[in-house]
Write a protein that binds this ligand. Structure first.
Ligand SMILES: NC(=O)c1ccc[n+]([C@@H]2O[C@H](COP(=O)([O-])OP(=O)(O)OC[C@H]3O[C@@H](n4cnc5c(N)ncnc54)[C@H](OP(=O)(O)O)[C@@H]3O)[C@@H](O)[C@H]2O)c1
Length: 213
């Protein structure tokens, strides 16, 4: 559990252990409204050499008053989105290493809200730290919209390597060879790509071009 209030978390930990004595629960300090705290947390997590299978970006604030974070960023945006954005980036390599070493699929969950439908419209810079145009509903909505956009972009960026990693690591493809995959599934290539004569011709042609080099 990554928390800003250690005392509260220790009470939660004790409650969990009462119900499930075998549970393994660790508590570490993390204030998502402070980039320094996030960097400290990530550095400590990495230095402990802990695996990371699932990251749940759950923390959220809803503040009636306009507030700034320790880094002078509007508090909803800072805590609900930017903190999770930075934390995810700092832990991504750890997640990849865990997936690779333990042959598992990592998972990042951003907890958004139906409130994302009520976000400020227009450019971020127009209202980001603008106290005069502040609305808690719109500020919260924007941070929850950011949770969804962040997840989408992360998925798009990570998908580029997903099929390759699947083929490199997944035991389900043991013994499978010479097949074509799209989005981690068997797929049919074009007719020309299945032409054995053309494959032989290309082989000879390539051998000819490379043998004298
Ligand atoms: N409740 C709903 O109806 C609802 C609906 C849709 C979506 N959600 C989303 O669900 C998530 C959880 O909300 P909840 O309803 O369970 O609210 P909650 O009871 O207020 O819990 C929010 C948690 O976020 C933590 N947190 C807040 N600021 C933090 C910071 N700077 N650093 C670290 N932790 C921080 C709080 O820690 P402390 O214990 O120290 O305060 C608390 O544990 C949020 O992302 C929220 O937007 C809630």
């Amino acid at each position: 559990m990554a928390v800003r209030n250690i005392q509260k978390a220790i009470q939660v930990k004790e409650t969990i252990l009462k119900d499930t004595p075998d549970a393994k629960v660790d508590v570490m300090e993390l204030d998502l409204s402070s980039m320094a705290s996030i960097r400290n947390f990530a550095a400590k997590y990495r230095s402990l050499g802990l695996p990371l299978h699932i990251l749940i970006n759950n923390a959220g604030v809803l503040s009636p008053q306009f507030k700034l974070s320790k880094d002078n960023i509007e508090l909803h945006f800072a805590t609900n989105h930017l903190g999770h954005f930075l934390l995810t980036n700092l832990l991504l390599e750890t997640m990849k290493t865990t997936s690779y070493e333990q042959n598992t699929e990592g998972r990042i969950i951003n907890v958004s809200s139906e409130g994302h439908r009520f976000a400020y419209s227009g450019h971020l810079s127009d209202y980001m730290n603008n106290e005069l145009s502040y609305s808690s509903i719109y500020a919260y909505g924007l941070s929850k919209l950011a949770n969804i956009l962040h997840a989408n972009e992360l998925a798009r960026l990570l998908k580029g390597a997903a099929t390759t990693c699947y083929l490199a690591l997944n035991p389900q493809v043991k013994g499978v060879t010479g097949e074509y995959f799209v989005d981690s599934n068997f797929a049919k290539p074009s007719l020309r790509a299945k032409d054995q004569e053309l494959a032989k011709e290309l082989w000879e042609f390539s051998m000819g071009l490379t043998s004298s080099k």
